[in-house]
Design a protein around this ligand. Structure first.
Ligand code: G6P
Ligand code: MN
Length: 446
């Protein structure tokens, strides 16, 4: 099988490759084409992969491409993980947001909308090229903000594009871990949009074990999301929120912590990543060791201001192993390739599953995955307290897509002003002006 990675010079590519190296079964991936517009980054990642492949005689062949047609033609699967505007862009969004007293995080509120506005045109172009060059390929979208980018791409690729995120399954894993359950056959009842959903039931051997967790403060506060939201609030909801809901439920505290921090997340990662890529280019020792070190550091500091904002300490050691998103991606790819009927939480078109949203709205829900793709499993529904927020967020996403497709500033302001984390129409206008002035990629907005 042939896999293409768009954004092949990206920092997380070695996670994908390590998962491929662990797969020895028939029908596995034998060729990986890494496509990137940034040759030095591509070369650095290729060096890491070469070290990973040592002692793996059956390691998938790696090809480096800076030509999209060459990268995509004949691919069975395409992972799309691009960052339009780079880490500099992430930092710039954070700064603009905080300067107007709103959160600038890359997937939530202003930061998410700005990032989407510069990413959607590129994602649509990629989708069109894939549709023309490899119409039978499956596209697995990692590009953030993943829900909205997947929805934009689905307008061209239909259900052949599937968005993924590690946070829902990570939440379920941590919740089960708190209960001491490691059962493989768990039905996770989770529904929402990407980075905006809730785990409502965890069914193990026919029994919903979530009430057992909700009844115990000590267990609830023994894992990341439990500590972030606090046992009383989780009990008040009767469901476990995705960690990104912290930006909504503790917006004031997180914003203040972000404003107090010496560096934003993007600023921190910009320096850290530059250190890694430069270090590899200069041949400062083992590329793999440099990557491991940077990865561990990145995991350790993940969501650090959120944790600081509510006074919770360091992350658990088991959460540092990896983000786990490569595991979701590989599981999805194998389930399609081998018609495995796997149950995974994915970003797919709603097709009537969530009653509050239309059929084409991309939602994050449990799906059954086989040779014909990912089908949302009937029975999901939004929690009562989450319906308004999700309907609002989807409307904002639609305005953002409309702004990108029809080059409309008006739609952009509508998206920003109607987002619950942006508290003034005037601020929405200023945010958009600043973004347009800062990003050449937004020059299309009129
Ligand atoms: C989680 C999210 C991803 C996001 C990442 C950011 O894994 O699910 O969507 O890209 O965190 O991590 P970072 O280290 O870039 O802050
Ligand atoms: Mn995610």
């Amino acid at each position: 099988m042939k896999l293409t990675v768009l954004g092949g010079g990206g920092f997380r590519v070695p996670l994908v490759y390590s998962a491929l190296l662990r797969d020895h079964e028939r029908g596995r991936v034998t060729q990986v084409r890494l496509y990137d517009t940034d040759r030095p980054r591509l070369d650095a990642i290729a060096r890491v992969l070469r070290e990973q492949a040592l002692d793996h005689p059956d390691a998938p062949e790696v090809m480096l491409c800076t030509d999209l047609a060459e990268a995509v033609a004949g691919a069975d699967f395409i992972f799309s993980a691009v960052r339009v505007g780079g880490m500099e862009g992430r930092l710039c969004d954070e700064r603009i947001g905080l300067s107007h007293d709103v959160i600038g995080q890359e997937t939530v509120g202003f930061g998410g909308i700005s990032y989407a506005l510069r990413t959607i045109p590129a994602a649509i172009e990629l989708a069109e090229r894939v549709h023309a060059l490899a119409p039978d390929a499956w596209v697995i979208n990692f590009t953030n903000p993943a829900g909205i980018v997947t929805e934009a791409m689905s307008r061209i690729l239909g259900d052949r594009v599937i968005g993924i995120c590690d946070s829902p399954v990570g939440l379920a894993r941590r919740a089960l871990g708190a209960l001491g359950i490691s059962s493989a056959s768990v039905e996770i009842d989770y529904a929402g949009l990407n980075h905006l959903g809730w785990l409502q039931r965890l069914v193990v051997d026919g029994e919903d074990v979530l009430p057992r967790l909700l009844a115990r403060d000590d267990l609830l506060e023994s894992f990341e999301e439990g500590r972030l939201f606090g046992a009383p609030w989780i009990r008040a909801l009767g469901a476990l929120p995705n960690e990104y809901l912290h930006y909504y439920y503790y917006r004031r505290e997180v914003k203040h912590a972000d404003q107090r921090a010496a560096q934003t997340r993007g600023g921190y990662l910009l320096g850290q990543q530059a250190g890694f890529y430069d270090g590899v280019a200069k041949g400062e020792g083992s590329a793999l060791a440099l990557w491991e070190e940077a990865r561990f550091d990145r995991e350790t500091t993940y969501m650090v201001t959120n944790r600081e904002s509510v006074g919770v300490g360091e992350r658990d050691e088991e959460d540092l192993v990896s983000g786990g998103y490569e595991r979701v991606a590989i599981a999805l790819m194998r389930a399609i390739a081998h018609d495995q009927k796997a149950r995974l939480i994915l970003n797919v078109r709603n097709r009537g599953i969530l009653a509050d949203l239309d059929a084409d709205a991309v939602v994050e829900v449990p799906c059954i995955v086989g040779a014909s793709g990912a089908e949302p499993i009937p029975g999901s529904r939004l929690p009562e307290f989450g319906r308004g927020l999700v309907i609002n967020a989807k409307y904002v996403e639609r305005c953002t897509i409309e702004a990108a497709i029809s080059s409309s500033r008006t739609a952009g302001v509508r998206a920003l002003a109607l987002h619950p984390l942006i508290d003034s129409v005037a601020v929405a206008g200023s945010l958009l002006e600043d973004a347009i002035a800062s990003f050449p990629e937004l020059a299309y907005l009129r």
